[in-house]
Structures are given as C-alpha cells and as structure tokens.
Design a protein around this ligand. Structure first.
Ligand SMILES: *[C@@H]1O[C@H](CO)[C@@H](O)[C@H](O)[C@H]1NC(C)=O
Ligand SMILES: *[C@@H]1O[C@H](CO)[C@@H](O)[C@H](O)[C@H]1NC(C)=O
Ligand SMILES: *[C@@H]1O[C@H](CO)[C@@H](O)[C@H](O)[C@H]1NC(C)=O
Length: 415
C-alpha cells in the first residue's frame, strides 16, 4: 500500500513539475462570463472555455467563487451553474480555469461579473417577512389529493412613504405566481398575503423564494427577497377525529393522522393531558395514535394532541397545531365557577371588615362614652344602632362560606 501511494505521489509530482517546467503551458481564464437573473432569487452563471487554451492531455475544470451576497466557492467541470439566492443586494462572482483536482496549485487568473443591486431608497423595503404553509385538500382531486397553502406577513419599511404599495410573488421550482389576496394596514398598504393553493410541494427539498417589491409616487421602493425551506415553515395540521372515552379510572384516547400528503407512519405525536383541577400537565411523545391514561376519578381533564412529520419521511420540522381541547369529567363553566368562588369570598371579606370596624367602634364608645353635655348630638345614636347590626350579618357571612365549602364537597363527590 505504502509503495503504491509513494509511486502515485511521485508520479503526480513529476506531472506537476513537468507542466510547470514547460514555461509555455499556461492556464487561461474562461471567456464570456455572464450572470443573468433567470427567476425570482435565481441566477444563471455562464462562461465559455478559453478558445486559446492548450489542452496537453490534462483535465481542466473551473473554480467558481461567489463574492456577494454571501461567500461560497465550488469546482465544476461544466460551463454553467445555477444559484438560488436573494438578489436585492446584487450578486457578484468570479471564475477561473484550474487543473482537475489540483487544488488551485495551478490556476488561471480570475474573470468576474456582477449583477447590480436593484435601485431603491434605503428603508423602503419590507422587514420581518415570515411565511408558513399548510396542507389543504386539493381542488383537483384527480391530479393530486393535497396541495399547500401559503401565508406571509411583513412590516412596512420604516422610511416607506404613506402611499407605498407592496406586491408579493413566490417561486417554487419553475413556477412563479403573484399574490391575489392581500390584507392591508390602516393606510391601505398590503402587509400580508394568502395563497389558498400553491405549487409548493412540502416533500421536496428545494427552496421557496419570496420576492416583495413595491411602488410609490414619492420614492423608489427597494425590493426584498427571502428564501424559505418548505419543511421548516410547514405547520402540520392538527390530528383529526380525536376521541376520548372515560372508563372507571382510565382515559382511552385515540386520534387519526393529520390532513397531510404524508402517510400515517411519518408522524410523531405529542399528547397533552391537563388536569384542570390541580393544574398538572402530563405530556407524552408517541409514535402510535392511541394512549391510555390513568386518572384519579375526581378531576376534570383537557386533552390535546399535535403532530410533526419525522425522519425518514422528511427532515423533522416544527410541531404542528394543537387539536381543539376535549374536556372529560364533569363540565365546568369557568365563569360560573369564578363567580361561585369570588363573589362569596368578596362578600365575606366586606362583612368581616364591617364587623371588625363595628366592634372597634363599639369598644371605642364604651371606652370613651359620649360626654353628656356640650358634645352630645343626636347623630351618634342612630350610628351606634347601625353598628350593632353586623353581629347578625356576620352569621350570613358564615352561611356564605359554608355554602362555598358545601359546593366543593358536592363537586368532589360527583366525580
Ligand atoms: C463569446 O461571445 C461572443 C459574442 O457572443 C461569441 O461570438 C464568441 O463565440 C464567444 N466565445 C466563445 C469562446 O464561445
Ligand atoms: C422585526 O425584526 C427585528 C430584527 O429581527 C426585531 O428586533 C423586531 O422585534 C421585529 N419586530 C416585530 C414587530 O416583530
Ligand atoms: C415586481 O416583481 C414582479 C416579478 O418579478 C414583476 O413582474 C413586477 O413588474 C414588479 N413590480 C414592480 C412594481 O416592480
């Protein structure tokens, strides 16, 4: 093994030395290098081999370097390459001829080209663009049963004039479409868009390109591009037909996979059992679509399930939306419960305060009995008699509190 390697290394070195020693052998840069925008957030780089390049039985390749908007580099033996990237800050790249797998030991000079950033005043482009997708039932069920809807929102550029109007376009693969359904802010500017159906396929790995440009009478509006990875922005629908059956001290929970193009085995589930009485939350991560839970028999529970697509079907994305809560146990109306608890408590508190005040006043009058002659006034008497009443009311207060306890006991016994 080692001798073979040595021979190989030796041979390579001889070849390189051979090439280098021939002063005439030069690598020439490619010609006609162009960068062309071929779609939203997409460019095509093209060049031709230098017609004067000497071949000499060696393999030639190209080393491409992207300089903007984000640095990247790669080697290719083709004379064309496609790049998907935001273009609102322009695009610049360079290319040179290299010897195949020579790791730039021998290379031509660079040729460069660029795509200028589109014009626009600073601060006029949209900010905080976010997009999400959902699976929906297709309108053409004979073609494919499911399609994907797209919803995007953004903020108006902080320096955009009041008359600015924004327009959103998306591209997925070769398909480009403009938004038809916008939501507007108070100044009638578009700030959200909804596509009920798109060409997006959330099983594919291609990037979704979103482009928002705009117009105004007072300024040139700078366009904005952003790329999204479909699986990362896909909000999985909640699981369907969630059912909960209560039998003695067990809950039998069952559900079906969400509305989705993925088959059942692709999903992970998270089950949340919330004990509304003591606030305890039980969470379970499951790959099956049923679960049996032990319960204490006296509490009320709310049950929700959510789903996520998992490997190997797709890169794991975020959890989807929770299903609507299902309540089991005795039905409680939170408002009624609140009133039953708070009102008697408040009443008790008021009455208690009252009685304390009365007692103090009473004591006060005893300690400092009204001085007969000059200070006497008739007002004091009825006030004192008023103060005497609360001893009665404090009983009512007790009754209220007992009622409250009674309610608790009753409630417990019915579970
Ligand atoms: C470069 O482009 C010019 C003009 O389009 C064309 O005539 C020429 O053939 C191209 N060169 C090569 C090497 O293809
Ligand atoms: C918009 O994005 C910026 C930077 O990412 C962030 O600081 C800001 O809170 C966001 N604004 C809103 C309203 O979400
Ligand atoms: C916005 O971009 C779309 C798609 O590239 C283009 O058709 C449209 O003319 C542009 N509108 C403005 C106002 O720049």
């Amino acid at each position: 093994m080692v001798p073979v390697l040595l021979i190989l290394v030796g041979a390579l070195a001889t070849l390189q030395a051979d090439l280098l020693s021939h002063k005439k052998f030069l690598l020439l840069p490619p010609v006609n290098f162009t960068i062309k925008a071929t779609g939203l957030a997409q460019v095509l780089l093209h060049w031709d081999p230098n017609p004067d390049q000497e071949k000499r039985h060696v393999d030639l390749e190209y080393h491409v370097k992207i300089n903007a908007p984000q640095e990247d580099e790669y080697d290719t033996s083709k004379t064309e390459s496609k790049c998907v990237t935001p273009l609102h800050e322009g695009f610049a790249a360079s290319v040179r001829t290299i010897l195949k797998s020579s790791h730039t030991a021998l290379a031509s000079s660079w040729v460069s080209a660029e795509l200028k950033a589109p014009p626009g005043s600073p601060g006029t482009s949209v900010t905080n663009l976010t997009c999400t997708t959902h699976t929906v039932v297709s309108s053409h069920t004979h073609l494919r049963p499911y399609q994907v809807s797209l919803h995007c929102t953004w903020l108006v550029g902080k320096d955009a004039p009041e008359d600015t109007q924004y327009f959103l376009y998306y591209r997925f693969d070769v398909w480009t479409e403009g938004c038809q359904e916008y939501s507007r802010d108070a100044l009638n500017r578009n700030t959200a868009c909804w596509f009920p159906r798109t060409s997006i396929n959330s099983k594919r790995l291609e990037q979704l390109a979103v482009h928002i440009n705009g117009s105004s009478k007072h300024a040139v509006i700078k366009p904005f591009d952003q790329l999204f990875t479909p699986y990362a922005i896909d909000r999985v629908n909640p699981p369907m037909n969630v059912t909960v059956e209560m039998e003695s001290n067990s809950l039998y929970i069952h559900w079906e996979k969400p509305l989705s193009a993925f088959p059942g085995h692709c999903f992970n589930y998270e089950l949340k059992i919330y004990n509304t009485k003591n606030g305890h939350v039980q969470k379970e991560n499951l790959i099956t679509n049923k679960f049996i839970s032990k319960i204490d028999g006296v509490s009320t529970y709310s049950i929700q399930v959510r789903a996520a697509v998992s490997l190997p079907c797709r890169m794991p994305g975020r959890w989807g939306e929770w299903s609507q809560p299902i309540y089991v146990g005795k039905e409680r109306k939170p408002l009624v419960e609140w009133r039953l608890f708070v009102l008697p408590t408040a009443a008790c508190f008021v009455l208690l305060t009252f009685s304390v005040i009365c007692r103090v006043c009473h004591l006060w009058t005893r300690l400092f009995p009204p001085v007969p002659a000059p200070k006497s006034n008739i007002k004091d008497l009825p006030v004192v008699t008023e103060y005497e009443k609360p001893s009665n009311e404090s009983k009512i207060e007790v009754v209220h509190c007992v009622e409250e306890v009674g309610f608790e006991v009753m409630e417990n016994s019915t579970f």
